[in-house]
Design a protein around this ligand. Structure first.
Ligand code: ATP
Length: 322
């Protein structure tokens, strides 16, 4: 049976990663394992930036955003020779298995390490909610709440000036942050990669709103990467609809802050479950929460699952805005 396990965080940081680290460390220790923290993701693995963790290493981190193990991206990890260096570092410490917290790229690294003899279990740590094998990723709920806090504030000034505010939110190529925050904020329009609205349609609708009611204000939530130049889009709306229009790119504020209670619980459950899987000698798998039950998938299978495009929510938006 496995006796020494490692843990690392990789890719973009997400609130709740610390709660997952804590759960892995405490659960591992409880089962009599030695647990090692690997700093700076796969980069730290290759460089041997590895320290033994104890109970106290994860004290007082439940309310901290980011990741105490820091994170990094290392493109070269796709090269088997570079991964081999990582395996040699693990061998030095006698680490036999790993928990990897990150997004789909980190999952690929975890799968390939498993194929090279180190059992890895992936946990979905990303604000984007872009992993199909789980209903929610660790960090999504916190980020969603941060976006809503920001939009609430922007709404005050938008209403006072009867403006149109365009708010660009993160999500990489996944529209969930825009879709969920748009519904939570009662946005007039929500534009995501899965549900884009043609520019003409956006402009015509806003023009009609403005013509019907001069005191109308409008909030538009748009996913990042949808418009190459959001300022140009805002200028066009201002020119063609009569709305005094402003744009806001929320940026990195969305990544930070204390994890929400929901993310803390999700991360704790997933972290402990990952250790259970390693104790059963499982590897090359990732953990998900599906219908509020913890499940595991083969990583390749998980990455080929179609993402939920939340079609039913489009009807909901239509009803709420009618
Ligand atoms: P986020 O969703 O926050 O971007 P991510 O885990 O998808 O997180 P990536 O930058 O795609 O972030 O991947 C993180 C790291 O995983 C990469 O820097 C690289 O070290 C490793 N990685 C990515 N793809 C592969 C791959 N195909 N094979 C081996 N390792 C990979």
């Amino acid at each position: 049976m496995v006796q020494k396990i490692g843990i690392l965080t990789s890719g973009g940081d997400a609130p709740g990663m610390n709660n997952a680290i804590r759960a892995v460390v405490r659960s591992g220790l409880r089962h009599g394992l030695e647990v090692y923290g690997i700093y700076d993701g796969y980069k730290g693995l290759v460089e041997g930036n590895i320290v033994k963790m104890d109970r106290k290493s994860v004290s007082d981190i439940v309310n901290r955003g980011g990741t105490i193990l820091r994170t990094a991206r290392l493109r070269e990890f796709k090269d088997p020779a570079v991964r081999q260096k990582g395996i040699e570092q693990l061998n030095k410490f006698g680490i036999e298995a790993l928990v990897v917290i990150g997004g789909d790229g980190s999952y690929m690294g975890a799968k390939k390490l498993t194929e090279m003899g180190i059992n890895c279990v992936g946990l979905p740590g990303t604000i984007d909610n872009d992993i199909a094998s789980t209903d929610y990723t660790i960090g999504f709920d916190t980020c969603l709440n941060t976006i809503c806090d920001c939009v609430d504030k922007i709404r005050d000034t938008t209403e006072s000036h009867c403006r149109c505010s365009i708010i660009e939110v993160m999500g990489n190529h996944c529209g969930d942050l825009a879709l969920f925050s748009g519904i939570a904020e009662g946005a007039e329009m929500i534009l995501t990669p899965d549900h884009p609205i043609p520019e003409d349609e956006v402009i015509n609708s806003l023009r009609r709103m403005r013509e019907k009611d001069e005191s109308k204000r409008a909030i538009l939530i748009v996913s990042e990467k949808l418009f190459p130049d959001i300022k140009e889009f805002a200028d066009k709306i201002a020119r063609e609809t009569g709305f005094d229009t402003r744009y806001n790119v929320l940026g990195h504020v969305q990544r930070g802050g204390a994890p929400s209670a929901s993310d803390r619980v999700l991360a704790a459950r997933m972290g402990a479950y990952a250790v259970d899987c390693l104790l059963e000698d499982k590897g090359g798998i990732c953990i998900g929460l599906v219908n509020n039950k913890l499940v595991s998938y083969d990583i390749y299978e998980a990455l080929s699952l179609p993402r939920d495009k939340h079609i039913s929510m489009l009807r909901l938006i239509e009803i709420l805005n009618s």
